[in-house]
Write a protein that binds this ligand. Sequence first.
Ligand SMILES: Cc1cc2nc3c(=O)[nH]c(=O)nc-3n(C[C@H](O)[C@H](O)[C@H](O)COP(=O)(O)OP(=O)(O)OC[C@H]3O[C@@H](n4cnc5c(N)ncnc54)[C@H](O)[C@@H]3O)c2cc1C
Length: 484
Amino acid sequence: MPLTTPKRAVVLGGGWTGMLTAHVLSRHLADVTVVERDILPDGPEHRKGQPQARHVHILWSSGATIADGFLPGTIDRLLAAGARRIGFQRDLVTLTASGWQYRFPSTAFAIMCTRPLLDWTVRQAILADGRIRVRQGTEVVELAGGKERVTGVLVRDVASGGAPELIEADLVVDATGRASRLGPWLAALGLPSVEQDVVDAGIGYATRMFKAPDGAGGGFPPVNVAADHLMRQPGRFGVVYPQEGGRWLVTLTATRGASLPTHEDEFNGFAKTLRHPIVSDLMGVAEPIGSIFQSRSGANRRLYPERMPQWPEGLLIIGDSLAAFNPIYGHGMSAAARGAEALDRQLSGGGFAEGGTRQVQRALSEVVDDPWVMAGLKDIQFVNCRNHSTDPRLNGPDTAERLRFSDFVSKKSIRSPKVCELVTDVLALRATQAAMGSTSFLSLLNSDAGFPELTEPPFRPGELEMVGLKPSRVGAKGVLADGE
Ligand SMILES: Cc1cc2nc3c(=O)[nH]c(=O)nc-3n(C[C@H](O)[C@H](O)[C@H](O)COP(=O)(O)OP(=O)(O)OC[C@H]3O[C@@H](n4cnc5c(N)ncnc54)[C@H](O)[C@@H]3O)c2cc1C
């Protein structure tokens, strides 16, 4: 079958996904345009079209490695700008639903910094050679073409609100995120809606920036306190994540039924209701330096374009437009990077086969499957979660058994380094979920008793003193050196 490579592409949305996608396309096509509603800031700054950037973001090693592979030096540039490379689990203090996590030697990592720094660093590198045209302050109005083929996109200047203008293209990629208007755009072409699953635990985020205590330097570990879904109460989470510039970003998260703090008193009060006071204690030694920002965009939502009876040639969906996950698991940007990598693979193979956009879309849909089912399985356990999923793994006869297995693995993972290694690889999207069904992993689960349960947060000697807090009674218990 002859292969065709599109010649002109338009990427809708200039966020994380849109930029990586445009970069991949520009490796194979001469003519790539990005259409972005915002004016993109010339620095690591917030903008209207990316409200989630106020909240904590981590970039798992899978996503960071892909970005670094496309744009060599990205990780170094982020670190030079003050980002931290956090080894999982050595560099964190985490209370999971099953108890305190041992700080085992790290097998995966995440980049930790503000979201504007992440996006700006990557965007700068992508746009540096001027090969990609960016139409900023321009919004997508609708797709051009018909049921069989998309031939471009109609756009409008946001400031002047003038008449729509046609940008012709033989490939259009929707990367407009959770706000995507794909449904109405397809309807205007005479196509039905794409089937959609939603698993919505009613997640909300409230976030405030703090100046870290002077002694915290770059060495104080990120701290996580998770909810315990088995308590059958609305979930409450809290994290303190170091950011560039000697700052801590504190994010408090609630599932449906727990109210999200708006004012300072509520914010402090909420932190005290977490399963351990450490987040509240850390806030007590830090200085608030910003307002409290809220976000309610936490539902898991997945489209199934691969199930459409007819899919127009020349149209792809990627990133949050295709599948968005509960942010708690930190998978959105890495899943999107994996999507860009899958697209690169397809184009590197010599182009699209005839009628091939559909096949490429299938490859993009495959990479969102693991994060989708991981987030869904966790979230359906929260009280008041609305599970509108047709996925039998999340709503089928063996869902209860999957949940029991997942709880069993989680309990083992916090105390067994070998179990933890694979679980962390799966979380980092480096290994597939299927690996947890292997005979060797199952026998490890049953044979490895693991270390004794930790009863206190596993801070290293000196860590708490660094920020002026009293050391834990148990000192360095729970921190394991390599080879231990
Ligand atoms: C509170 C919160 C915390 C999160 N934490 C993490 C985390 O720790 N780790 C992680 O990996 N992910 C996290 N995520 C998810 C992550 O933010 C998203 O997965 C990621 O931003 C998706 O990027 P995107 O480019 O697909 O979409 P977006 O970031 O939404 O970008 C879409 C772009 O399209 C533009 N646009 C929209 N409509 C139009 C239009 N009609 N015309 C032109 N332009 C348009 C927008 O202005 C925007 O620039 C979090 C999400 C939230 C809500």
